[in-house]
Every structure is written in structure tokens, then in C-alpha cells.
Write a protein that binds this ligand. Structure first.
Ligand SMILES: [Zn+2]
Length: 83
């Protein structure tokens, strides 16, 4: 499967949920049949931004390795002050 925007091989799958103004990014499915969406390569998936008023949700598992959960959670964690 190729990227819908360039000749490179696709690595991600993007779907539009118009009723919720939501764009979601997934791992590339084995079969594109039955999926309404677009294939994207790494580069285009990484550059994808949501239009104004839309949410972009990245549900790809690879996000977990790129951004370890601890790094995201730690700064937002309130200081625990046990008396
Ligand atoms: Zn591409």
C-alpha cells in the first residue's frame, strides 16, 4: 500500500469522522477493504495537522515508544503532600 500523497510506502492509516470533527491515525491495516480512510507514509503522517475545529487523535502504538508515557505524565502530576 502506498501513501495517498506521494509514492512512498504507507505506514499509517488515517480516517475522518465528520460528525465528530475528528481525524484518527492508526497502524496500517492488512487489508484496506472495508476501511474508509487514507494511507500515509511516515513523513506525511508526521506532518499531519488537524484543520481548525478538528481534533487529531493518534492511536498508533508507535507513539508509545517515541514518547514514553512517564515523560508525558510526570510534569503534569501534582506534588503529593501527605501530612
Ligand atoms: Zn507520503
Amino acid at each position: 500500500m502506498k501513501c495517498c500523497r506521494c509514492p512512498y510506502p504507507a505506514s499509517a492509516w488515517m480516517t475522518f469522522e465528520y460528525s465528530a470533527s475528528r481525524i484518527e491515525m492508526f497502524e496500517l491495516p492488512d487489508e484496506s477493504d472495508g476501511y474508509g480512510g487514507y494511507a500515509l507514509c511516515d513523513r506525511h503522517a508526521g506532518r499531519m495537522t488537524a484543520p481548525v475545529g478538528w481534533n487529531l487523535v493518534d492511536s498508533r502504538a508507535t507513539m508509545l515508544t517515541l514518547f514514553p508515557v512517564a515523560d508525558i505524565v510526570s510534569p503534569a502530576m501534582p506534588a503529593v503532600d501527605v501530612a
